[in-house]
Design a protein around this ligand. Structure first.
Ligand code: AMP
Length: 561
């Protein structure tokens, strides 16, 4: 592994042509290397070229356009040098914040303008003088028509998420604004998709643009290991709580957690330690000695979670790694493949968990296309899920200790208590003691984590439930836990089985509705699925005669109940 010092990180950005103030900012933000879109776009943009960029949110495109823009414009002017148009108020605020952050050292004045915000406030700032205006098209046009937003000295115009702006009916506003801006200007158009309407705008308003496609990437990445991949849609503010829940439910042996920046790595490591996890940071800002120490601790089992940037984790080989967590989505689909490829090696089970912000679901789709594997979008485990899981673990450990025997020294305790109490009560008391000792980071944490719906998607129905350990597949008229007939299927996670394979096999082979299926528990080597009592014989016969994931597997009534 080659350590990346801050200067190496700075070097990578410097090579793109960025000046010292921006480099300083990037180092302070903890960026270690340019994302693919940044590496490709920045040099062209600094040369003043127009650009047509096909890139989704999450690829680092904001910095890809904001950094060159900041370098090219002069700050401190009375009227704006750059106008960024985008579809929603949230984006306006978000991008304005990003431009402000990147332009800190340059003292840039940025103003977000969107509908619903008071005019006088916007006017006051506009009068004082701003360098960059970040606006939704409707409100921008209002200001242009009132003469309060003057575009005569505009050098850079950026249409961000242009397909969204068109979908939201802003075509006329865009044309009207484009008619007002100086002919000699640099124009950038970003869109997640390319359709005839985008092509028309591009051919009319971009001058000999450089074309960059980051989103599509249907090139095959070769061998993508079979890994159980789950994504949770969660807003940034709830990510830490969500991660805690998922970790506690999964109880992984060793986990590698990826963040985008050094600062994120440090912050998350500290928060995790604060919540009682044993986490260590690994990033390019650390000396080789510090990194060696962390790796030794990890190998010695003294650390459960390694929190790292992509650069720092490059080339790491951690044999006992079971889980990879994308605390932030990577900036390119390929990088996702690299990240999750750390687990599932040598035929061992691997789990990849991704915490994505609702807006980033397009990126998830790109990744699915590249890997040709499904990422299950699941609801965040509830506190009740955690409790159920813990009880299961307790049951398993009690069972193990009974099977191991060697309990005779406790007989005297049980016998003396049995004069006073019922044996079941004594057993429950003993189990409680063992159980309480297993309390983990987030169970006491009743924090509500709101369900985040994917952006622009009505529902994710039919995607199935979380396939984590102990997850149950449904509600409604399904048999409730313990009420149906449990079937044993001789294929588990190591065979790559997923809930949808089971649902598919049962509905396909037996011709029954999926509502007859109750909880599905996938373990390492086998799966337990509960089906309604009245169809259990039918399902059993059908599964015995059929295949799951193309293989014949043992299917029988689960005798252990
Ligand atoms: P965007 O696609 O512009 O919405 O960016 C997504 C996220 O990536 C933002 O949180 C940025 O702060 C972060 N980001 C952008 N460029 C880099 C980089 N070179 N290294 C690390 N993080 C980055």
């Amino acid at each position: 592994m080659t350590p990346t010092s801050s200067s190496a990180a700075t070097q990578a950005f410097a090579e793109l042509g960025l000046g010292p103030e921006l480099l300083k900012t990037l180092t302070s933000l903890g960026y270690e290397e340019p994302t693919p879109i940044q590496a490709t776009a920045i040099p062209h943009l600094l040369e003043g070229r127009d650009l047509l960029g096909l890139a989704a949110t999450g690829t680092g495109k904001t910095a890809a356009f904001a950094l060159p823009l900041l370098q090219l414009i002069e700050t401190g002017g009375k009227v704006p040098s750059a106008l960024i148009l985008l579809p929603t108020r949230e984006l306006a605020v978000q991008v304005a914040q990003a431009v402000h952050r990147y332009g800190k050292e340059l003292g840039v004045e940025v103003l977000p303008i969107y509908g619903g915000q008071s005019f006088p406030q916007q006017l006051k700032v506009l009068k004082r003088g701003v360098d960059v205006v970040v606006a939704t098209p409707g409100r921008a046009l209002d200001h242009i028509r009132r003469g309060t937003l003057k575009l005569g000295r505009l050098k850079v115009l950026i249409l961000d998420e242009a397909d969204e702006m068109l979908d939201m009916g802003f075509a006329e506003e865009l044309e009207a604004i484009l008619a007002e801006v100086p002919a000699r200007r640099q124009t950038l158009l970003f869109s997640a998709t390319l359709g005839p309407r985008i092509e028309t705008i591009a051919s009319r308003h971009l001058h000999d643009p450089v074309e960059i496609r980051i989103a599509g990437i249907p090139e095959s990445e070769g061998d993508v290991p079979l890994i159980r991949q789950t994504a949770f849609l969660v807003r940034r503010a709830h990510k830490l709580a969500a991660l805690g829940r998922v970790l506690d439910l999964e109880s992984p042996e060793a986990t590698l957690v990826f963040c985008r920046t050094r600062n994120d790595v440090d912050e998350l490591t500290e928060s995790l330690n604060g919540r009682g996890y044993r986490a260590e940071a690994l990033h390019g800002g650390m000396s080789q000695e510090q990194r060696d120490r962390v790796m030794r601790k990890l190998r010695g089992g003294k650390v459960d979670l390694l929190v790292a940037t992509d650069v720092a984790a490059r080339g790491l080989d951690i044999p006992h790694l079971t889980h990879v967590v994308n605390y932030d989505l990577p900036s390119a689909a390929k990088q996702y493949v690299h990240r999750i490829g750390r687990v599932g090696r040598a035929g061992r089970e691997g789990v990849a968990i991704t915490l994505a912000e609702p807006r980033e679901h397009v990126m998830l789709k790109n990744i699915e296309r590249l890997t040709k594997q499904e990422i299950l979008v699941a609801p965040i485990p509830t506190v009740a899920d955690l409790r159920t899981r813990r009880l299961e673990l307790t049951r398993a450990s009690v069972r193990e200790s009974i099977l191991e025997g060697n309990l005779d020294r406790f007989r005297v305790v049980v016998e003396s208590l049995s004069d006073e109490f019922d044996l079941v009560d004594i057993a429950m008391g003993a189990v409680e003691m063992g159980h309480e000792a297993t309390i983990t980071g987030s169970e006491g944490d009743e924090e509500e984590i709101p369900v985040a719906k994917p952006f622009h998607e009505k529902s994710h129905g039919g995607k199935g439930a979380y396939s984590g350990p102990g997850a149950s597949a449904g509600k409604g008229s399904r048999p409730r836990g313990g009420e149906g007939t449990p079937l044993f299927i001789g294929m588990g996670r190591s065979g790559g089985i997923r809930p949808k394979d089971i649902v598919g096999a049962i509905t396909g082979e037996a011709g029954v509705d999926k509502r007859v299926i109750g909880s599905i528990q996938i373990s390492e080597r086998f799966t337990l699925v509960e089906v309604a009592n009245n169809v259990s014989d039918l399902v059993l016969r059908a599964l015995k005669g059929g295949t799951i994931r193309g293989k014949k597997v043992t299917v029988r009534l689960d005798k252990r109940r």
